[in-house]
Design a binder for this molecule. Structure first.
Ligand SMILES: [Fe+2]
Length: 217
């Protein structure tokens, strides 16, 4: 039932890319083999963020289907979220950084490095992730912002701020930066978000409103 509703949303080209992305991502999280054909179809969608989301979902399902995946000793995700990719087994920060920032690596591999860095939760990991906020495509950057919101480390605030303030940045990325600032919730975050409550992009404005309320809370 949920799957068919999610497929309808994904198929609706009139729907906002961000909403179609969420639907595709949810299908990846459910990880059912029956959705492979539909995901394959939309992995060629003209909207890049939608296509990349479906590509990631397909890779995750492929990984789940590999009978050996249980043998991988994955680091624990402290946030209990279903991530679009499992963490890679590497723990060496310079190596993880190299993969994360490599435009030639597959998105799935880069995501695996991203979640491995997040699970480390060290200052070095946060600084590598912060530097990735200006790399790769919009989908990649929005996921980096999401992960920084989970980490809630104040050292990432200037980076999140820069992306939120960049009016030419993709809305999905700016939305995720606003949410991350709301999750961090320091005085600085409060001030930054306060200035964007009147942004002319509706998604940015509404994200800041919600994030601002989170700060106050
Ligand atoms: Fe997302």
């Amino acid at each position: 039932q949920a799957v068919s509703v999610l497929i309808q949303v994904l198929e609706n080209a009139d729907q906002e890319p961000m909403v179609r992305h969420e639907a595709g991502e949810a299908l990846g999280a459910i990880g059912s083999a029956e959705t492979v054909d539909i995901l394959r179809k939309y992995s060629k969608d003209p909207v890049v963020e939608v296509a990349e989301t479906c590509e990631l979902a397909l890779e995750r399902i492929k990984w789940l289907q590999d009978p050996d995946h249980h043998k991988e000793k994955l680091s624990t995700n402290p946030y209990a979220s279903v991530d679009p990719a499992p963490p890679t087994l590497l723990t060496d920060v310079p190596k993880l950084k190299e993969i994360l920032l490599n435009d030639g690596a597959s998105l799935f591999e880069r995501y695996r490095a991203m979640f491995a860095l997040r699970n480390l939760r060290t200052g070095d990991a946060v600084s590598v992730l912060s530097s990735a906020l200006t790399c790769g495509g919009a989908l990649f950057r929005h996921e980096v912002a999401f992960v920084l919101g989970q980490l809630q480390d104040e050292t990432s605030v200037p980076y999140l701020r820069r992306s939120l303030e960049d009016a030419s940045e993709n809305e999905m990325v700016r939305h995720e930066c606003a949410e991350a600032l709301g999750a961090i919730g320091s005085d600085d975050c409060y001030q930054i978000l306060n200035r964007y409550l009147t942004d002319d992009k509706r998604v940015v404005k509404e994200s800041c409103e919600i994030a601002f309320d989170m700060c106050e809370y």
